[in-house]
Design a protein around this ligand. Sequence first.
Ligand code: DC
Length: 226
Amino acid sequence: MTACAAMAATAAAPVIAVDGPAAAGKGTLARRLAAHLGLPYLDTGLLYRAVGRRVLDAGADLRDPAVAEATARALSPADLDRPDLRSAEAAAAASAVAAQAGVRAALLDWQRDFGRAHGAVLDGRDIGTVVFPDAQVKLFITASAEERARRRFLELTAGGAVAEPAQVLAELRARDAQDAARAVAPMKPAEDAVLIDTTSLDADAAFARAVEVVQEKIGPRGRDLV
Ligand code: DC
């Protein structure tokens, strides 16, 4: 059995929390880390996007807590495969429903069950603070708002969307503010999170730094794996 397979098979396989604001590079990094360590990966933002999308489809009010919670409780894995979850509209809807305590409670067990089964890398906003406060490794990935908006603009236009740079920046700032100011599970670094600022790091450099942190935190087992 390889070291990676051995790690994935052990009951005590680690949970790695990767939090941070939109477009800081946490998704790319978390996915790569998971593949490298042989751990399952969950993009928790997709859960909130899928809830927001379904509320929009139903023509309901995103700020109606009963509707949003019922939608979160009825979420199925197939909802995460929808091709329309990456739009700016889905992001804004996700941020709105994510501010509601009932929605967060409905999605909590889902995320915990995923991570507890075989260990996992999860990315989101509250993984290190609320979902897995005991995660063995906690990373908080950030970058300047301008750099994140530049990346998001390139991503949107590469996907064929029509976007305006100033509007992308404004939407990103509004979403950051909403995610950081909400009363329940606001976006913030866990006290024991390691911050990685990717403003002037490319994806490879950010990944190398993350691997270093994993090795420091999980010790010899981490060293076996990388
Ligand atoms: O990571 P993302 O951009 O796909 O997330 C979309 C929204 O979902 C984000 O603005 C806030 C919310 N979210 C959250 O509140 N908690 C998470 N763990 C993940 C996402």
